[in-house]
Design a protein around this ligand. Structure first.
Ligand code: SF4
Ligand code: F3S
Length: 104
């Protein structure tokens, strides 16, 4: 599976959802997740993310995020159409330690 990781928090650009052939993205207030049970590993979303927040689970940086993606995919609503990103999305790109800001 592919995994959405920390840099998506407060960036939430949503370019990823437009390209997924199986619509397996789920949206929270300031973060998106991929349902690992639905992702078919096509990889097309990875280069679409301006924040480079999407990684394959083979990347060790994705490991702590796999459980977070699975957990929230079970409760958050599905998203397949790009909405409006946060007004200050670009200012959050690349900031460290965003995990405490993740809205459940
Ligand atoms: Fe969707 Fe493919 Fe990305 Fe998985 S890797 S989330 S199937 S676009
Ligand atoms: Fe997040 Fe990147 Fe998608 S910032 S919403 S994973 S395009």
């Amino acid at each position: 599976t592919y995994v959405v990781t920390e840099n998506c928090i407060n960036c939430k650009f949503m370019d990823c959802v437009e390209v997924c052939p199986v619509d397996c993205f789920y949206a929270g207030e300031n973060f998106l997740v991929i349902n690992p049970e639905e992702c078919i590993d096509c990889g097309v979303c990875e280069p679409e993310c301006p924040a480079e927040a999407i990684l394959p689970d083979s990347d060790e940086r994705a490991t702590p995020w796999l459980e977070i993606n699975a957990k929230f995919a079970a409760t958050w609503p599905n998203i397949s159409v790009k909405g409006t990103p946060p007004a200050d999305a670009k200012e959050w790109d690349g900031r460290p330690d965003k995990l405490p800001l993740l809205s459940p």
